[in-house]
Design a protein around this ligand. Structure first.
Ligand SMILES: Cc1ncc(COP(=O)(O)O)c(C=O)c1O
Length: 438
């Protein structure tokens, strides 16, 4: 006979039992869920001031400037350049670092298409390396993929948690490489007390609608290096440097005397963040701590409930994602690793039937496993190749360990609207499914 008090003995919903959840979990969307009067007031102020463009508003000063300063203060970095998307931020940061045709950039295969896209658009060459069980770039495999053409390392702090950035900083220093941290999914995450994005020569975040905080679309380059800042600021605005001078630090401009811009103009892009987006981003960065407070609380309940299953069992049904610094995790996701791909799919189906919408990490496939990258398809039609430099082949199994890991890893999104009961339902469903399938 089934009891309601012991989840381990309940009949699975996929087999006709009652599902744990009758209402969907509040998955997906983070800062977006907290949009309210603050965003409305900032947006209205921009409209009322008829100041929709950062450098051409009728009533300066600009909300985008305010956002950059506020973000620098919050993250503890010196400079920020707000742009139109996280993808634009990657491209702008790469130019900030001087990366160009033929330069090899090592990045994890567990990634989003934006990372290789930005590199390839500059004529540089993505080199894919293995991910570790924290879903971050594996430092040992980075070393194995170095060549005389390697110019930069581009790790990703995926789904709210820092990768092993200390080891990657060390490799970059030892080999004279630039380090660009992709923090698209991890604004506010820390590694042992320091904000991600501030370890390397540059970092970036995305403010797309699904990210930790949002401007609908948007991104930012952050750096502590005034030269990288000026190069990035020029690139995002047609090569211009329209800011009067480089402050010693945006976070505390009173800190020192301005430094004169040092560079001649160069070919740029038009990636300026619109003032309406800057208004939303400004209100959202002020809510970053509230978003993290809520997601971390819910994530802690879930992890505390799953840990005994993952650790205590004689043959554990799954392992938890091995986050290098759990304290600094944004709390926006829970990752689990199943023993096999078949088991992962069975778990996913059973959990979904219980009302827990869980998915394979980035669809369960490495980023290079798309025709666009396998065949290096450019957007132009004149027959010129996408890459002029001789690069690695993108055919075959480039990162077999990552292929295996991604096929058997599931990720649940945790949002600021989770209440404790939602988090406990997740634990309940996992306990039930693990008992039946584990
Ligand atoms: C790892 C990673 N990098 C970059 C981006 C690009 O951000 P955006 O959508 O703002 O261009 C994303 C978006 O999801 C991402 O997941």
């Amino acid at each position: 006979m089934w009891t309601v008090t012991d989840p381990a003995r309940e009949r699975l919903a996929i087999d006709g039992g009652a599902p744990v959840r009758s209402r969907p979990l509040p998955t997906g969307f983070l800062g977006m869920r907290l949009i309210g009067d603050e965003e409305r007031a900032e947006v209205l102020a921009v409209l009322e001031g008829r100041s929709l463009s950062r450098f051409s508003g009728m009533t300066p000063p600009s909300r985008v400037n305010d956002f950059e300063r506020e973000l620098c203060r919050r993250l503890g970095c010196r400079y920020a350049v707000a742009v139109t998307s996280g993808t634009a931020a990657l491209e702008t940061a790469l130019i900030g670092l001087g990366i160009g045709p033929g330069d090899e950039v090592i990045m994890p295969a567990l990634n989003f298409i934006s990372s290789p896209e930005a590199v390839l658009r500059l004529g540089a060459v993505p080199v894919f390396a293995e991910a570790d069980t924290g879903f971050g770039l594996d430092p040992d495999d980075v070393v194995a993929r170095l060549t005389p053409r390697t110019r930069a390392i581009m790790p990703v702090h995926i789904h709210g948690a820092a990768c092993r950035i200390d080891a990657l900083v060390d490799i970059a220093r030892r080999h004279g490489l630039r380090l660009l941290e992709n923090g698209a999914w991890s604004c506010g995450a820390q590694f042992h007390g320091q904000a991600v994005g501030t370890f390397g020569d540059a970092g970036m975040h995305s403010f797309h609608g699904v990210k930790v905080i949002t401007a609908g679309e948007g991104g930012v380059v952050i750096t502590n290096d005034p030269l990288v800042y000026e190069r990035a600021a020029r690139y995002h605005d047609h090569g211009n440097f329209r800011l009067p001078s480089i402050p010693k630090s945006m976070a505390s401009p009173e800190e020192g005397t301005p430094m004169a811009p040092a560079l001649e103009p160069f070919l740029g892009a038009a990636f300026r963040m619109p003032e309406l987006s800057g208004a939303v981003a400004l209100a959202q960065v002020r809510k970053l701590d509230e978003v993290l407070r809520r997601t971390r609380r819910a994530q802690r309940i879930i992890l505390d409930g799953l840990r005994p299953l993952a650790d205590g069992h004689p043959s554990p049904p799954f392992a938890l994602r091995d986050v290098p610094d759990p304290e600094g995790d944004c709390g926006i996701a829970v990752g689990v690793i199943l023993p096999t791909a078949d088991r992962a799919r069975a778990f996913q189906a059973a959990l979904r039937a219980e009302g827990i919408a869980i998915g394979l990490v980035y669809g369960g496939k490495p980023v290079y496993d798309t025709p666009v990258l396998r065949e290096l398809r450019p957007g132009w039609t004149n027959g010129a190749p996408l890459l002029r430099a001789a690069g690695p082949s993108y055919a075959g199994s480039l990162c077999p360990r990552t292929e295996d890991l991604m096929a058997r890893s599931l990720m649940l999104s945790v949002t600021p609207e989770y209440v404790d009961e939602d988090a406990r339902d997740v634990v309940h469903a996992f306990t039930k499914v693990a008992a039946a399938l584990g």
